[in-house]
Design a protein around this ligand. Structure first.
Ligand code: FAD
Ligand code: PYC
Length: 415
C-alpha cells in the first residue's frame, strides 16, 4: 500500500484539517492562474505570484502528491558554476535566493553551502574546468582551481593516488555550492503559498487543455472536473511534452529516467559534494548520514520511474574507485525520476504560441538548484505577460535561431 504525504499528514493531524498554515484545497471552477505541477518549480512560482505580484487566485494541481516528482527524487546538488552568461545568471539568481530561503519561508530547507568540487582526471577535463573557473570569475561567481593535494585536504576520503585508473589531476571548487533538503523546499513553498490564499490540489491529473474560440487558453480538464483559468502554466518536468501536446504545441524535449541511491546511514564522513564526469559519479552525505549517490540517465527515452540496474552498478563501481573506504557500505534504497532534456541542455521558460499558456521545463538533470530562481522569474513572466529579463534568453523562440549553444555545465557529470 502506498501512503501519500497527504494521507500520512492527515493521520498525524487527526484526520481532518491541515495544520493551520497549509490546507489541501478542493478545486474551484475558475482561477486567474492554474499551475500544472506541484513540484518545487510550480510551488515556487505560485509563492512568488502571490507574494511579489499580488496574484493569489491561483491553483497548483498535481496528479500525485506535492513534491512527489523530481523535486523529491533528486540528489539536491546546488551550484551556479555554469559556462554561458545566460545560464550563470539564472543559476546565480537562484543561488542568491537559496542563501536566504529558510528565513524567507520561515521553514528550514537545510541549505548547506559545503562546497561542490568537480574532479578533473585528464587533460580535457582540466581545460574545461579551468575555462569554467575563468568564465565564472569574469561573471563575478566564485569558482577556484585546486591541486590534487588541495582537493584531498578539502575532502579527506577522496583517493588522489597516482595508482588510480583515472588519477585526480585537479578540481574546480565552488565553495558556495552545496545541498538542501529537497522535500522541505516543496513543503516550505507550499505552506507559504497556501498562507497567501493559493489552492494546492493533489491527486488531480490534468487530462486536457481547453481553448477559447479565439485560440487563447480557457482552462484545463482534470480527473476532478473542468477548471477555467485566464492563464495556465505548465511546470510538469518529464511530462511537459504530453501536457503541451494537449494544447497542440510540439516541444523540443526528450524524457529519460534518471536514478539515484543512498547508502546505509553512517557518521559524518563526507564533508562536501564531489562530482566526477570521467569516472562518472556524484556523491554527498545527507544530514541523516546516508551517502547520497547519483547515477546517469538511461540511454533510451521512457516514462518509467526506475532506471537500468547496470547504470547504478556502474556508478557504484566509480564511487568505490574514488572513495575506497566506502567499499564496505551497503546500499539502502534506489529510485528514479523522469527528466526532460532540450537539445541545447538549457531550460525553456516563457510564453508559448497559445495566448495565456506558459511553460517552464527542460531543466534536465539539473533543475533542483534552479528552483527558487526559476519560480521567481517565471512568476514575473506570467504576471507581466512578457519574459523576465533573466528568463528571456530561454524562450521557445531560441530553437529557430540556435542562439544558445550546448551548456556543457548543465549536467556536470555525463548523463
Ligand atoms: P517535478 O518536481 O518533477 O514536478 C512536476 C510535477 O508535475 C510532478 O509532481 C508531477 O506529478 C506533476 N505532473 C506531471 N504530469 C501531470 C499532469 N498531467 N497533471 C498534473 N500534474 C502533473 N537537479 C539539480 O539541480 N541537482 C541535482 O543533484 C539533481 N539530481 C537529480 C537526480 C535525480 C535522480 C533526478 C531524477 C533529478 C535530479 N535533478 C537534479 C533534476 C531536478 O530534480 C529537476 O530538474 C527538478 O526537481 C524539477 O523540478 P520541477 O518542479 O520542475 O519538477
Ligand atoms: O546539476 O549538479 C547537477 C547535478 C548533479 C547530479 C544531477 N544533476
Amino acid at each position: 500500500m502506498r501512503f501519500s504525504l497527504v494521507s500520512l499528514a492527515r493521520q498525524a493531524f487527526g484526520g481532518a484539517a491541515w495544520p493551520r498554515q497549509w490546507r489541501e484545497a478542493e478545486p474551484k471552477p475558475a482561477y486567474d492562474v492554474v499551475i500544472v505541477g506541484a513540484g518545487g518549480h510550480g510551488l515556487a512560482t505560485a509563492y512568488y505570484l502571490a507574494k511579489e505580484h499580488g496574484i493569489r487566485d491561483v491553483a497548483v494541481l498535481d496528479k500525485g502528491w506535492l513534491g512527489g516528482g523530481n523535486t523529491g527524487r533528486n540528489t539536491t546538488i546546488i551550484r551556479s558554476n555554469y559556462l554561458q552568461d545566460e545560464s550563470a545568471a539564472i543559476y546565480e539568481h537562484a543561488l542568491k535566493l537559496w542563501e536566504t530561503l529558510s528565513g524567507e519561508l520561515n521553514y528550514n530547507v537545510m541549505y548547506s553551502p559545503r562546497g561542490v568540487m568537480m574532479l578533473a582526471h585528464n587533460e580535457h577535463d582540466t581545460r574545461v574546468f579551468k575555462r569554467h573557473v575563468h568564465a565564472n570569475r569574469l561573471q563575478g561567481i566564485d569558482n577556484e582551481w585546486l591541486t590534487p593535494q588541495q582537493a584531498k585536504a578539502f575532502c579527506p576520503p577522496l583517493h588522489v593516488g597516482t595508482d588510480a585508473r583515472y588519477p585526480v589531476l585537479g578540481a574546480a571548487l565552488q565553495r558556495r555550492g552545496g545541498v538542501a533538503r529537497h522535500d522541505a523546499v516543496a513543503w516550505g513553498y507550499a505552506r507559504g503559498a497556501s498562507a497567501m490564499g493559493v489552492d494546492i490540489v493533489q491527486n488531480c491529473e490534468v487530462t486536457g487543455i481547453s481553448r477559447q474560440p479565439n485560440g487563447a487558453v480557457a482552462g484545463v480538464e482534470t480527473t476532478r472536473g473542468t477548471i477555467l483559468a485566464n492563464k495556465v502554466a505548465v511546470v510538469a518536468a518529464g511530462h511537459t511534452s504530453v501536457l503541451m501536446g494537449m494544447a497542440g504545441v510540439r516541444m523540443p524535449l526528450e524524457s529519460f529516467p534518471l536514478q539515484a541511491l543512498v547508502s546505509e546511514p553512517v557518521k559524518p564522513v563526507m564533508p562536501c559534494v564531489v562530482m566526477s564526469n570521467t569516472v562518472h559519479a556524484y556523491i554527498s552525505q545527507s544530514d541523516k548520514g546516508e551517502l547520497v549517490i547519483g547515477a546517469g540517465t538511461d540511454a533510451y527515452t521512457s516514462y518509467s520511474q526506475a532506471g537500468g540496474l547496470h547504470i547504478s552498478s556502474h556508478t557504484l563501481e566509480a564511487i568505490c574507485e574514488l572513495f575506497p573506504s566506502f567499499r564496505r557500505l551497503r546500499m539502502l534504497r534506489s529510485w528514479g525520476g523522469i527528466v526532460d532534456v532540450t537539445p541545447d541542455r538549457s531550460p525553456i521558460i516563457g510564453l508559448t504560441p497559445v495566448p495565456g499558456l506558459f511553460v517552464n521545463c527542460g531543466w534536465g538533470t539539473g533543475g533542483f538548484k534552479a528552483t527558487p530562481g526559476s519560480g521567481h522569474v517565471f512568476a514575473a513572466t506570467i504576471a507581466r505577460g512578457e519574459p523576465h529579463p533573466i528568463a528571456a534568453p530561454f524562450g521557445l523562440d531560441r530553437f529557430r535561431t540556435g542562439r544558445l549553444i550546448d551548456e556543457a555545465a548543465a549536467a556536470a557529470v555525463s548523463h
